[in-house]
Write a protein that binds this ligand. Structure first.
Ligand code: F6R
Length: 242
């Protein structure tokens, strides 16, 4: 894995955004895998600013998000659909029908998972996947213990993840207990992966990813077996890494 050291969160975001922009400009057609959460917010800000200033077009870009809470309509402000609209999509020229997230309000979740997986395959998989890192090692919502060969599926969120995400809700009881997530095998089929890691809060997880065993108890560890992963991490996140 290639590691790029960033000074701080802002610098990490700037490097991530310029990598994404480079790929978007290079290709006549590209499929991006996108993440939500706190980590990529500023990266998306940089993309929005670039769009305002340089008009980099996203007409040829298709996106697939990693995950969505179940039981949430796209209009719910806590849904990842809503997050993506507000933090990126509504500010750039990407056509609506080229952005995809799992439907957390689907009637049949099994069917939704299958359909999502099929749509990704129809686009020949993800070209560039953006990932954040859970403190417990999750990627997407693939929690510790998830098999490495999983496809898009329904997960029970761990209490650690629900606690970490409670900051976006009025109280922890409102955090959904389940989500739909791309599987680990789906993520690993991406041709290129950018893992963004910022802050002391993630430093132990990053240490474990780089120095620990490859094991399902720490899902992100499997990234060590992917051929094209770049970690963009800031100094605080790298504090336990030599
Ligand atoms: C979000 C996602 C999660 C987050 C992870 C880190 O779509 O799939 O794996 O990337 O929980 O979250 P933050 O960035 O909020 O620390």
């Amino acid at each position: 894995m290639k590691i790029i050291t960033a000074k701080d969160y802002s610098n990490m975001s700037e490097i991530a955004a310029s990598t994404i922009l480079e790929r978007v400009k290079q290709s006549s057609k590209i499929t991006l895998g996108l993440a939500t959460g706190g980590t990529p917010v500023k990266t998306y800000n940089y993309l929005i600013n670039d769009y305002k200033n340089n008009k980099t077009s996203y007409q040829h870009v298709v996106t697939f998000n990693l995950d969505e809470y179940t039981g949430m309509k796209p209009t719910n402000p806590n849904s990842y659909h809503y997050y993506m609209e507000k933090n990126l999509f509504e500010h750039i020229d990407i056509p609506n029908n080229q952005t995809h997230l799992p439907n957390g309000a689907a009637d049949d979740f099994e069917l939704e998972c299958k359909t999502y997986e099929q749509k990704i395959a129809e686009h020949n998989g993800v070209d560039l996947q953006i990932l954040g890192l859970g403190s417990n090692g999750h990627i997407g919502f693939n929690e510790p213990g998830t098999a490495f060969d999983t496809r898009t599926h329904i997960v029970d969120l761990s209490s650690a993840t629900r606690k970490a995400n409670a900051r976006y809700f009025d109280n922890i009881d409102e955090v959904p207990t389940q989500a739909i997530t791309m599987g680990i095998a789906t993520i690993l089929e991406s041709k290129e992966i950018l893992l963004l890691v910022s802050g002391e809060r993630k430093s132990r997880a990053l240490e474990k990813l780089l120095h620990g065993e490859i094991d399902t108890s720490f899902p992100a560890s499997i990234l060590n077996q992917h051929k094209n992963v770049t970690i963009i991490a800031d100094n605080e996140a790298l504090k336990y890494v030599d």
